[in-house]
Design a protein around this ligand. Structure first.
Ligand SMILES: Nc1nc2c(ncn2[C@@H]2O[C@H](COP(=O)(O)OP(=O)(O)OP(=O)(O)O)[C@@H](O)[C@H]2O)c(=O)[nH]1
Ligand SMILES: [Mg+2]
Length: 359
């Protein structure tokens, strides 16, 4: 795993549908005493299709459901009726997913490079009905073909996760507590500095969007020169879209904390202080915090500042919407720029003709 990324992975089994069987039937009509063959073909089995959905950011959905099977084609019927094609199974993936063969590890598709839908396994063709087997010799063929079976595969899906938002602050500012409050992550929280030794990632789902938040170890003055846990964790937030700065309002250094943090980030990489950001005064439940927050608001007229308390919930709901806004302001990751209209896509796939039945 490289330094500035986190990995997520899932193992899934996929299976396309088998084709429906061909039918043996004969015409029964008035005035046609010995009707010819009329058994229709079986329908094609549904395909396994992967589609990129931009609002997905993790593979968590593949942990609840690991096995995907497309519908089988329906059998042919009399009167020359063809069986209905089986429905495709469409599996949504976040941008950047890589599909690999679970056994060999070979890359099957890298959705970091393309965001087009991927038809991975076709369904089996439907079998011919006896309508196809009439010849000058055989007027009443009793032969029809079974549908072909579908394919199946075990896949490993891998994803490099890049967090949307990074939390920065001095040790003990309450970063991990915020992650704990907001996301599915349960990081260690303790009343002493340097509790967090390696970055934690959490997912906040708001308004049908996953926002990935990275909580990194606390920074101290001189971090950019290697003090404290040093700068190496800043790499983890260097590719985030936005930063949230936490200043502990109950700490004596509350006045200078933001300046010091900005200096350290800038010394590490000037890009970091160009990112959209939000300044949080934390622990507003503690005495004196209100005045201190006002003081900061006056000191930094250009900053968006909010007070929060993880203990009382003060400012937490509003913060959620702030984070959504910060993450949404993010530039797009590439070709998948337009949001995928999944229903339109499914309709399109439904109409797509794959190989006709009949081999
Ligand atoms: N009163 C009060 N205490 C809080 C609040 N949020 C966090 N704390 C406490 O502050 C201490 C530090 O919290 P953490 O979440 O571990 O802080 P951190 O910024 O992750 O610290 P490091 O990992 O060391 O950088 C813990 O004792 C928390 O319970 C809050 O809103 N109010
Ligand atoms: Mg922590």
């Amino acid at each position: 795993m490289s330094q500035n990324k986190f990995a997520d992975e899932a193992l899934i089994e996929v299976c396309s549908g088998s084709g429906g069987n061909g039918c043996v039937a004969f015409r029964r009509e008035k005035y046609v005493p010995r009707g010819g063959p009329s058994g229709g073909d079986g329908g094609r089995g549904g395909a396994v299709v992967f589609t990129i959905r931009r609002n997905l950011r993790t593979l968590a959905h593949l942990r609840y459901k690991q096995s995907f099977k497309a519908e089988n084609g329906h059998d042919g019927e009399g009167s020359g009726r063809y069986g209905k094609n089986g429905a495709d199974i469409v599996i949504p993936l976040p941008p950047g997913s890589v599909l690999k063969d679970a056994d060999s590890g070979d890359i099957i598709r890298d959705f970091g490079k393309t965001h087009e839908d991927f038809l991975f396994l076709k369904g089996g063709n439907g079998g011919w009905g006896n309508i196809h087997f009439k010849s000058s010799v055989t007027q009443a063929p009793r032969k029809a073909l079974p549908g072909k079976s579908g394919g199946e595969a075990r896949l490993r899906v891998e994803l490099q996760i890049i967090a949307d938002i990074g939390l920065v602050g001095f040790p003990n500012a309450g970063k991990s507590s915020l992650l704990d409050r907001f996301t599915n992550a349960r990081p260690k929280i303790a009343p002493y500095p340097f509790t967090t030794k390696i970055p934690n990632l959490g997912v906040l789902t708001l308004d049908d969007r996953d926002i990935i938040i990275a909580d990194i170890p606390g920074l101290i003055e001189g971090a950019s020169e290697g003090h404290g846990l040093g700068i190496r964790f800043l790499k983890h937030i260097s590719r985030t879209q936005a930063l949230v700065f936490l200043v502990d309002l109950s700490d004596d250094n509350y006045r200078d904390a933001f300046d010091i943090l900005c200096r350290e980030l800038e010394a590490f990489s000037p890009e970091l202080i160009q990112k959209p950001r939000l300044l949080l005064g934390s622990k507003t439940d503690l005495e004196g915090s209100e005045d201190r927050l006002k003081e900061l608001t006056a000191k930094y007229p250009g900053e968006k500042i909010r007070g929060i308390s993880v203990f009382t919930g003060n400012g937490i709901t509003e913060l959620g919407w702030d984070l959504l806004e910060l993450a949404a302001a993010a530039p797009d990751t590439g070709a998948a720029a337009e949001a995928t209209d999944v229903e339109a896509l499914e309709a399109e796939i439904e109409e797509t003709e794959f190989d006709e039945a009949g081999d």
